[in-house]
Ligand binder design. Structure first.
Ligand code: NAP
Length: 250
């Protein structure tokens, strides 16, 4: 049995690192010896998280990043490479979930959701791939959702973005074989983070908040899945993890 730890010393770039999965992942992975680069729009939050990691003896940088801006995403990845000398893992995690029925015509929400959840992932790939090709190693992990496997009313655009993440990641998996790059998707169900606050439709937001209150599990669940994926030996590529709260029907 190969129980080798494969997180220590890795350079891990995380988008959406100011909250929820991204924040907790940065903290956990740095405890395991990873060097982390945190990107998000909330500069003061990522700077505070990076400082706390550095104060504990870890290594972290914070780079203000809006994933809808490809230059900012490139700057995040390039800053990690400049500071730490390489990039081993990109976690395409930034995302929003502005659920609403199509008839509400929340067109601004649709556009933001597509820009962040799909284009943000593509910009991450564009930023990381040249470095990983040159290194002939790397790991690109993107966050989809149970909503990337099933569709329900109110979830048309969010599900479309999360299905897209899986499609993009599977094509990437097939294309990057010559470069020894691993690709993974993590598809969580309801997990306790700030995500429900990205729902802008009042009646929908109420229902989602109640659903999360009753069903959501701790964000540790995501971090355990992520650590499992990264931790495998380099010749094992765990391509998808789908998990839900045990109580979740959908
Ligand atoms: N929690 C769940 O139940 C669940 C289930 C399935 C999938 N997911 C997915 O998990 C991922 C992380 O969400 P979470 O649950 O951790 O929610 P969260 O606590 O709301 O965190 C979302 C993160 O995304 C960042 N973000 C949003 N827009 C951004 C932008 N334009 N540029 C850069 N960063 C941006 C936010 O930072 P700033 O606002 O500071 O930019 C924040 O750090 C998302 O892709 C979400 O769809 C979550």
């Amino acid at each position: 049995m190969n129980n080798q730890e494969n997180i220590k010393g890795k350079v891990i770039v995380i988008t959406g690192a100011s909250s929820g999965f991204g924040k907790l992942s940065a903290e956990y992975l740095s405890e395991k010896g990873a060097l982390v680069a945190l990107g998000a729009r909330s500069t003061s939050k990522i700077e505070a998280i990076a400082k706390a990691i550095n104060d504990k003896g870890g290594e972290a940088i914070a780079v203000t990043t809006d994933v809808t801006d490809k230059e900012q995403v490139k700057n995040l990845v390039d800053s990690a490479v400049k500071t730490f000398g390489k990039i081993d893992v990109l976690l395409n995690n930034a995302g929003i979930m502005p659920l609403s029925p199509l008839e509400y015509l929340k067109i601004d929400d649709w556009e933001q959701c597509i820009d962040i959840n799909i284009k943000g992932v593509l910009y991450g790939i564009a930023a990381a791939l040249p470095h990983m090709k040159e290194q002939k190693s790397g790991h690109i992990i993107s966050v989809s959702s149970v909503a990337g496997h099933t569709i329900s009313p109110g979830g048309a655009v969010y599900s479309a973005t999360k299905y897209s993440v899986r499609v993009i990641s599977e094509a990437l998996r097939q294309e990057v074989k010559p470069y020894n790059i691993r690709t993974g998707v993590i598809s969580p169900g309801a997990v306790d983070t700030a995500l429900p606050s990205s729902v802008t439709a009042g009646d929908v937001a109420e229902g989602i908040k109640q659903y999360y209150k009753e069903n959501a599990i701790s964000a540790d669940s995501f971090v355990r899945a992520l650590a499992y994926m990264i931790n495998q030996p380099e010749d094992m590529d765990v391509n998808e993890i789908l998990f839900r709260p045990t109580s979740q029907e959908l």
